[in-house]
Write a protein that binds this ligand. Sequence first.
Ligand SMILES: [Zn+2]
Length: 598
Amino acid sequence: MCLSILCDYILTGYGFPLAKYSREVVTQVLTATDIVEIVGSFLELRPSGNGRYVGLCPFHNEKTPSFHVSRDRQNFYCFGCEKGGDAIGFIREMEGLSFIESLRKLADRAGIQLPAMTEREDKDEYLRSRLIELGAFAARFYSETLREPLKGGKARQYVKTRTLADATIKKFGLGYAPDGYSSFLDAAKAEKFRESELDASGLVKRGERGGYYDTFRSRLMVPIRDVSGNIVAFGGRDLTGASPAKYINSPETVLYKKSRVLYGLHEARDALRKEKQAILVEGYFDLMRCFDAGICNVVATCGTALTTEQAALIRRYVPEVVVVYDGDAAGVRAALRGVAILTAAGLTVRALVLPDGKDPDDYIRDAGAEAFRAMVDSSLDFVTFYIRMNAERLGSIEGRTDVAKEVFTIVQGVDDLMRVDEYLKRAALELDLDQWRLRQEFEALLRGRGTPVQAVAEEKPAPRRTSQDDRDFLSVLLHSEPMRERAEKELKGIALKPGPFAEVLTAILAGVQERYEDEASASLYAAASNRHETTADQAEVLVSRRIVSLKREALLLEEQGLEEAIRQAKKQNDTARETELVLRRIGIRKEIDGLGAA
Ligand SMILES: [Zn+2]
């Protein structure tokens, strides 16, 4: 025991990650992978010559393509949001996976078998992989219990009332968590899952006396998958009628972050790409009913308020969402923030409300899939929809102004001016307000502060900015051999501040094509390699300027160090040393001044 703790300490104590597959393995997987094919399976790419491709960036909202993929360099880079990297980085970003999970995914695709990660090699990664196994085991256990003649009877009866096809029940892996305190716990332990793993999965809880018991009891179980299809959580519907909570969900775990998961997204992926539109519903059964009826471009929030991450996730697959409400005008008003988030993510939002307060599950069961499809097809743009939903408030000018202000909170998040214009026009028309006045009001609001949608807009992740100079400098070095030689000569022995820039610069000067696992370095390298080449004159100026500034940075750093040393010498009354250091500092100052103005 002691020995193994000591071992872990020694292994991880050096501060470099041992958790990784060797560089050779990573290279092998990347060599067997074509990034153009990988990216092309997610978005449309257009060839732009020389093995380069462009498309609309899946990571930020844009109308003109600035997302570049290079077949030669096997990397991608977006000039808009500055995300970039290799195929592993793309999968990691696109699917929200870890480095190793992305690597594994590409390896699987290329038919390369990777040895399993052991606990000693990487504790976190090992736990993640165990939790994925545990999720799959739990789903099997629950669905087998549902089929058991005795235990599953009550649950099967309930499922029957839902009238879903067997194929749908199987596709979504419905199951049953039996009564009793430790049915699942005992079964999982018999399969050699450890208590610590069960604890981390949230499928069991620790009781007051220290022992564990099942989190889900007497509940219909709905497995929740991540984008890649791993079962990361469960939703459990009470079947006793006695529980105060009709639905309970797994707690958040290392695999399950509620704000980043959309129910059904894994199953809907292909249909989303094909239909270029997502239908957003609320509940598990709304979604399953849609699939059951052959409508598969559907995702569900399952009771939680929509988050920016979920909106961004949808945006990666489709440009348009149809939000289905089963509520009244008050319900729609309450959901305004969700629409603002979708709009701010760059999605076009349409909406519909089903008659008689029905949810999609009821509606499709009663009226059929074709009727539902027709509702979706005739759904209105959100501005028009919202105003019509609030018809009873439009009688007075005050009411109309209030509704207009509510509409503004949506329009404010749109960064496409043409669409803003269109929305304002429609709002003026529907509200019977003067177009010019409405626009003035809107612009006044934009100048104001603390408005609801500004708060939403602030949630957008700020793009990571690397310095333009750094990118251009590295780009010139990559593309010009003489410049590279010159920089190498002039920068010899110069100390670089550690960081992505230093890492990439060192690699370029050494002439090695590096793989960067660190995201910032990978992005910087991709930026440099995709930058358009400059003229020889520009390159000359750029390189001279950056060499000087790098020298200056190094000298300033040295000067700082000397000042500290001088203070020390003073403290110790070491006059000889102090004089020597002061002289050196004067020398450095001269050198800095000699470099010219900053
Ligand atoms: Zn982008």
